[in-house]
Design a protein around this ligand. Sequence first.
Ligand code: E4P
Length: 218
Amino acid sequence: MKFFVDTANLDDIREAYDLGVLDGVTTNPSLMAKEGISGHDNVIDHYKAICDIVDANVSAEVISTDFEGMIKEGRELAKIDDKIVVKVPMIKDGVKAIKQFTADGIRTNCTLVFSAGQAILAAKAGASYVSPFIGRLDDIGFDGLELIEQIVGIYDNFGFGTEVLAASVRHTMHLLQCAEIGADVVTCPLKVITSLLNHPLTDKGLAQFLADHAKANG
Ligand code: E4P
């Protein structure tokens, strides 16, 4: 199972990468805006900065919603670094753009996926990753994890090469259930990854070991 960190914050990306278990980074326009990144050149420079930190793939999202615009933007993003995966929204022109990027050898992440039908379209267009948003489905009273399970099953049935990238992962239970279901990737904030470290018995056990060692060694 791959871990991607879902942020445009350079400190968080550095910390996640330093942990040694990071396989990628996902960003989106809201996450870029949250870091105060605006304007064409600043956005490109920020992606460069992320690529300089990690030896892992980096999803960079297009803003255009028409085919020509997405192709132009995606090609420019892909030129930044081999690590870039072009993130494309699940809309009609997005599906066409994914097909074109695939033919051009540019990897894609199809984002804003909320149904199995959308996931089938993304896979048929050749997306490298499909991003179903678990948390946002949960927010409106649907079971996001059920969607992950459904997509994993469908992709297995037909041997689709598209990786299921569980997105909008909000807490450790989401992450663990994605692991049980067999999602290929989860993307989540740094705190979800680091909270996997926590267990009170680990803290208690370590304190005891250190106390016993100190007693025995003066
Ligand atoms: C995925 O690529 C998105 O960036 C992200 O996971 C969305 O998460 P949110 O619903 O917590 O904003």
